[in-house]
Write a protein that binds this ligand. Sequence first.
Ligand code: G3D
Ligand code: MG
Length: 222
Amino acid sequence: MANNTSGTNASCAYNFKVVLLGEGCVGKTSLVLRYVEDKFNDKHITTLQASFLNKKINIAGKRVNLCIWDTAGQERFHALGPIFYRMSNGAVLVYDITDEDSFQKVKNWVKELKKMLGNEVCLAIAGNKIDLEKERTVAIEDAEAYAVSVGAKHFLTSAKQNRGIEELFLELTRRMMERAREADQKASSLKRSGSARRNIVVVDDEVPAAGPRAGCCAGQAS
Ligand code: G3D
Ligand code: MG
């Protein structure tokens, strides 16, 4: 899934698509703007409704480009189709810690993503607006237990105060890199076993029909 442009080269670049999902008003746009442009409540940008923003980072000497997709508010009309999250390497599921209903919506999104993308997609759950801790209605323990149950990592964030956001994207990116490496390894070992199988066929073909039997049937009485 990841566009790993130069294989295992030390300076290889990864390209990951990350989608932001969650109910309207939980702070998705604010989180991505804070992360990519270090801005909050920028009227010009918030009305821009860009489909995605790019963020380049460096992890352990590897260059990574995150293509972070934000909705243009379609979620408010329940009009967000699979085309939005297709081919995603990662998803950030955002809820507002002062809004229990927005946490329930995260659960719906997780189900939807797992159904459509399987377990390959890396998930991060963000409990946003922790600057409003006094108004919290979603218990941290519940959110954390839920995240563990679906193989996601839970983060506490505030786009307003710039808390927890770098950490969230860094950890998510690390996991996406790990998945990409695993997928690469699986693909190359499949390739190897494929050519090994082909070799066996060639050897079998060369065995004269009446000659000594080799391979798995060697030594068996006929
Ligand atoms: P969305 O993209 O999920 O729809 P937005 O959400 O990023 O548009 O944010 C919705 C409202 O929540 C905005 O307020 C925004 O300023 C506010 N918000 C976003 N993140 C935080 C946060 O961390 N803390 C607090 N206190 N508010 C936040 P307005 O008033 O512009 O609608
Ligand atoms: Mg938005």
